[in-house]
Every structure is written in structure tokens, then in C-alpha cells.
Design a protein around this ligand. Sequence first.
Ligand code: HEC
Length: 103
Amino acid sequence: MKTTLKIIVAGVFACAVPLGMVHAADDAAAAAEIKKSGCLTCHSVSAKKDGPSFKSIAEKHKGKADGADLVKTQITASKEHKQHLKTKDEAQVKNVVEYILSR
Ligand code: HEC
């Protein structure tokens, strides 16, 4: 049981580290996707509008094991947060999540 837990924890870290390293991914593409998806009506990188700034979102979720997943759900499938990314492309979605979390 303990061993299983250790393996899971190790797995989470193994995934989180490379994810952090590719965060420079493609800021320009992410910014364009965010603009195209209409997110900027309610969000900006550093100012609070209707929604929280990407900086404060990053602060809240950065470094948490499930942070990226929560953000991803929020911008692709959440029922409360109705505005979703226009793209269905996994790599692009991931890129946008990384972009937001690295502000
Ligand atoms: C109509 C206004 C509006 C639009 C458009 C909008 N958002 Fe939001 N967003 C909000 C509000 C309000 C919150 C805070 C409440 C909540 O979490 O639902 C929020 C929260 C968030 C969060 C934080 C979730 C968390 O758990 O802390 C993320 C990430 C986010 N928005 C991303 C986006 C992205 C990406 C888009 C474009 C696809 C977008 N938003 C479009 C209003 C909006």
C-alpha cells in the first residue's frame, strides 16, 4: 500500500517537472488562442476584470499537482465557467494552460 502511494507520488512529480520545463512553449500562439476565444472580455494578464487576472490565477494554481488539470477543465468543460477555448486541439489547450500558469 505504502509502496503504491510512493509510486503514484513519484509519477506525479515525474509528470510535473517536464511540464514545467516546456512552459516557454508558445506564448504567441496561446495569446492568440485566448484572444480568439473571447477570454479577454473578462480576463487580462495582470488586471482584474470580471474574472481574475491570469497572474492571480497562476498564483493560485502554480505548483499544485492538480492545478493544470483544474485550469484545463475550467477552460474546456466547466459548466459554471461557460466560455471555453475554441480549439479542441490537445496540444494547443495544454499550451494555453501553460501560458496562464506561467504569468
Ligand atoms: C463572461 C466573462 C468571462 C469570460 C468570457 C471568460 N471568463 Fe474565465 N472567469 C470568469 C470569472 C467570473 C471567473 C472566476 C469565477 C470562476 O472561477 O468561475 C473566471 C475564472 C477563470 C479561471 C480560474 C479558475 C480557477 O479555478 O481559479 C480561468 C483559468 C479562466 N477563467 C480562464 C478563462 C479562459 C481561458 C477564457 C476564454 C476561453 C475565459 N476564462 C473566459 C469570467 C470569464
